[in-house]
Structures are given as structure tokens and as C-alpha cells.
Design a protein around this ligand. Structure first.
Ligand SMILES: N[C@@H](Cc1c[nH]c[nH+]1)C(=O)O
Length: 390
């Protein structure tokens, strides 16, 4: 026997009975919530041409790539936002209305696997395409909060940032493309020392340099936006802060503001964001459970320029968080066990069929058995109810 025959590939895992159905139920609840908010479910292929993902700075080294018979390079999708943008720009090209779309999908990224980060993972998410204003972003954020609540999480926080704030600072400091890239890299890795080095080397005017150095620590409530509006001189940065304020005001109408705070140094490793962006964290968990934002430039790559905003949440991470927060994340459904004695197999089958028709979950014995054997099976399998046809 070869060594790998009994193993699953690196970064993947089996989901066993109980957990698989509990996950499915959670996904169903989340998808029903998306439907309630007017989002229509869509599906795209599990793999795409590499070209579809290229050019957005993705997929980088993280994609599983392979060839078709014509030597085209394909890749397992690393993200759902890009395929949905492709789909809308091609299959829904003529439709100018605002689109609200939702999905649940398996995604694949070559990652250093650890708890909550696997190479194959499940996302549920939504994309709103064709809406440019703060109201669309507020809806997306409010739905993100509702989704985390629907999933059963209580103690969580959503941090909001804005790409235009960061890009505005970079523009005001007249940084080279390379320097801008280095700064964003440090922000993604939350590397304050590295950021300071880049800023020192770039010879940025003092007042601006100070904001860059503070960027990773600019956390706070709504007052932070007002403070920063007084400090920044760039119109672009000021507008970004104003946009965040507007989104926050609308989020209040949804009653979700207590879950929101600001992190003006927030960036995401997906580099298509152009406006507000956000991540959601639960207490004690070191990674984001949900993330998203505005990406107004993506659709134009597919020939149909249009503003867009959305988010996705990681089902595996949510499941792990619930488990760590002490919630039982394994479903144990009520099951009726039907056993039958010698010569009573057909009767057993008929009884099981009738009960299933009434919506009962029934496990039927796989052979005739004595009552004592049935008692043993009941104990071993923890059946809550049983019936013997003797
Ligand atoms: N696709 C992003 C989430 C997102 C959806 N829309 C915008 N952003 C992710 O995988 O994190």
C-alpha cells in the first residue's frame, strides 16, 4: 500500500456525520437570510481559466493550477467575487438593473494549513452589482452583521476601513509605485516596524509621515473619523472619511452600529478593493470570519464597467469559532430505530416506509435480530426511540 492511500491531501479534511449536517444547516440558514434580503442564488464553475483571475493581482502563488486537453491553463477558484463579475459581465450583460446575488461555494487556496485555514474551504457570500452609493455599502455591512448573528455568533465586531483613505495618503506623499506596494504589503501583514522603515526611506513630509506611521493604530469609533478629517489635508482622504461617516449613519438605521468600529489602516490581501472595506472578528479568534468591501474597477476588466460591493464569510471559521465559544456544533437528530425478528423483514420495511412518509427519521435494522440484540444496538448507537416488530 502506498503511503498516501489513507491520507487526505495537504490542507483538506473529511467532515464526519453530525458535523456535516450541522454545517449544512448553518449554510441553509445563512442562504435563507440572503434570500430574505432579496439576493438571488447563483453558481459558477469550480474552475476557471487562469486569465479570468489574472490581472487583479490574484491568484498569485496561491492557486491550484492545471491544464485542459488544449493546454489552456485552468485554476480552481480562489474567490467567488471574480467569477461572479465575469458571469454578470457576460451572461447578464444586457441587464442594467442593480443585481443582488448570493452563493455558497467551495474555494481553493494554497495556504499554510492551520486550524481555521485550509486549502479547501467553504464560503457563503453576496455581491451587489450596479449600486454606487453609501446606501449599498450600508446594506452590505448590515447584512454581514445579520449573517453573523444568524450563524449563532454573539461576541463579534466589524472593523471598517477605506482604500481611498490609504490611496489618498499615498497620492499626497507622491510615493513611487514600488513604495506604495511596500506600504500596502506592510499594512496587510500589520508590520508596524516595516511600515516605519518604508516611510523613513521615502522621505515623506513630516505631518504625513506621522499619519503613515500611526496607520496601523488608527482604531476607534465615529469620533476617530472627525479627528482625522481635521488632520488630513488631502481631499481624497477627507472624502473617504466622509463616505465612511455616511455609511455609518445609514448603518444606524439598521440598528447595527454597536457592532462597528473603524480601522483606518485596514487592507485586505485581495487587491481589488476601491472604497470601504471591512472584516469581522469574534473575541479570541485570530482571524477574520467575514470580509468584503467595494470593488468598483473589477467589472470594467470584463468589459462592463459597473460599481460593486459585497462580502463573504468562511463557514469553516464560523464553525470553529462556535465550537470554541462552547456551542455544540454537531447535530444529533432524533432517530427512530426499527428492528424486526426472523421472517418479519418485509413488515419492517413497510413500517419504516410508512413512518418516513410521515416525516420521521428512521433507521431500519439491516438484518433480523432478537429483542436483546436490538437493545444492544440501541445502546451502541444512542438511539433515542425504537420499535420492535416481532
Ligand atoms: N471575495 C472576498 C469577499 C468579497 C465579496 N465581495 C467583495 N469582497 C473574499 O474572499 O474575502
Amino acid at each position: 500500500m502506498t503511503e498516501t492511500i489513507l491520507q487526505v491531501p495537504y490542507g483538506t479534511r473529511d467532515v464526519l456525520p453530525g458535523e456535516a449536517s450541522a454545517r449544512r444547516q448553518m449554510e441553509d440558514k445563512i442562504c435563507s437570510l440572503f434570500a430574505l434580503w432579496g439576493y438571488d442564488e447563483v453558481a459558477t464553475p469550480t474552475f476557471e481559466y487562469l486569465d479570468t483571475f489574472a490581472g487583479m493581482g490574484q491568484p498569485g502563488a496561491g492557486a491550484f493550477k492545471f491544464f485542459d486537453r488544449k493546454d489552456n491553463i485552468l485554476m480552481l477558484r480562489t474567490d467567488m467575487t471574480t467569477p461572479i463579475a465575469r458571469m454578470v459581465a457576460t451572461r447578464m450583460r444586457k441587464d442594467e438593473s442593480v443585481k443582488r446575488l448570493s452563493y455558497r461555494a467551495q474555494l481553493f487556496r494554497y495556504e499554510e494549513a492551520q486550524a481555521g485555514r485550509q486549502c479547501e474551504f467553504t464560503q457563503c457570500g453576496i455581491e451587489m452589482m450596479g449600486a454606487a452609493g453609501a446606501a449599498a455599502d450600508a446594506e452590505v455591512i448590515a447584512l454581514a452583521v445579520s449573517t453573523l448573528m444568524e450563524a449563532g455568533l454573539k461576541d463579534f465586531n466589524i472593523t471598517l476601513g477605506h482604500m481611498e483613505f490609504i490611496n489618498g495618503l499615498i497620492e499626497a506623499a507622491t510615493l513611487t509605485e514600488e513604495q506604495a506596494k511596500d506600504i500596502k504589503h506592510c499594512l496587510i501583514r500589520r508590520n508596524a516596524a516595516g511600515l516605519e522603515n518604508v516611510v523613513e526611506a521615502a522621505k515623506i513630509p513630516e505631518q504625513l509621515a506621522l499619519i503613515f506611521k500611526e496607520l496601523l493604530f488608527l482604531h476607534g469609533g465615529i469620533a476617530l473619523l472627525e479627528d482625522m478629517q481635521k488632520r488630513v489635508l488631502s481631499r481624497r482622504c477627507w472624502n473617504a472619511l466622509e463616505n465612511l461617516r455616511e455609511i455609518y449613519e445609514l448603518a444606524k438605521a439598521y440598528g447595527v452600529e454597536r457592532y462597528l468600529s473603524f480601522d483606518l489602516g485596514l487592507t485586505r490581501s485581495l487587491d481589488y478593493y476601491t472604497g470601504m472595506l471591512f472584516e469581522g472578528y469574534a473575541a479570541g479568534m485570530g482571524y477574520s470570519l467575514i470580509g468584503g468591501g467595494r470593488y468598483d474597477n473589477m467589472m470594467q476588466r470584463f468589459g462592463k464597467p459597473c460599481p460593486a460591493t459585497g462580502f463573504a464569510l468562511g463557514i469553516d471559521r464560523i464553525a470553529l469559532t462556535l465550537e470554541r465559544q462552547g456551542k455544540q456544533f454537531v447535530e444529533q437528530p432524533e432517530t427512530l430505530f426499527i428492528a424486526y425478528g426472523e421472517g418479519k423483514t418485509a413488515e419492517g420495511i413497510r413500517a419504516a416506509c410508512a413512518l418516513r412518509k410521515d416525516g420521521k427519521r428512521v433507521k431500519l435494522a439491516d438484518r433480523a435480530m432478537t429483542e436483546t440484540e436490538m437493545q444492544q444496538a440501541v445502546q451502541e448507537n444512542h438511539y433515542s426511540t425504537w420499535k420492535y416488530i416481532g
